[in-house]
Design a protein around this ligand. Sequence first.
Ligand code: SPV
Ligand code: MG
Length: 288
Amino acid sequence: MPNPLKEKLSAGALVALMSAHNPLSARLAEEAGFDGIWASGFELSAAYGVPDASLLSLSQHLDMTRAICEQVSVPVVADIDTGYGNAINVLHVVGAYARAGAAAVVIEDKIFPKDTSLLAGGRQELVRIEEFQGKLAAAKAAGAAHDLVVVARTEALIADLGQGEALRRGAAYAEAGADLLLVHSKRKTPDEIVAFTKAWTRAIPLVLVPTAYPQLTEAMIRDLGKIAIVIYANHAVRAAVGAMRAVFAQIRRDGGIHNVDKQIPSVEDIFDLQRVGAMKAAEKKYLR
Ligand code: SPV
Ligand code: MG
């Protein structure tokens, strides 16, 4: 089966991914018209109420990614963090994500266990370049049967190692066979990423995560060129937290649900998101 993300990438338009932490949030992202889903490690960790620091097990992460893949028809990009260990762990886990239905995996060059990228004062240590090249080669080999897209992610800018190190790592990862390079930045303006993009001369396209520099719009990203994918990495969980907080507070304030009832999605809306209609049609056909 052709890889649906590769098809979108070869069409040449900027691919916009929205984060998800479960199939319901993924379905809402698909409904909104995003090109694909970012099965975010940060969101999934937050959904379990734990820091994004390699605390979730492989099976917790893989099961949710598989559940997401089963419920949307747009491609799913799995955030597999550091790949759960060394190149042998990568070899073992990447095939599992491909079989679960992921169109791509993103692997980052931090040491395992990692710390989340945007946390002020977080632990941001990187593995040796050669070691990470081995992990990428292992990911390519493990995903080959499924034509899996392998995205190398460098955290050199996050670790304050500078543009030279980020470019050196990006080039080495392209040589190791990565299909795209995700370069992450924690700067509050796009300057660092814009400078990196201008300096990037390798053939593989870039992936950006503009969480810290939200001023960078899709129109600006298109103008920069060289960027194939933009990831809105945590907007599902942040939207959910904001909406739940507001509704819960109002119910406490009002002493009941009489006011919020008309302001929030109806139960029928949720039935639709659960595809109850399809189940009813199947009942007519198969329940005898
Ligand atoms: C995620 O969404 O899990 C990411 C992006 O990897 S970040 O949290 O900014 O590292
Ligand atoms: Mg992550």
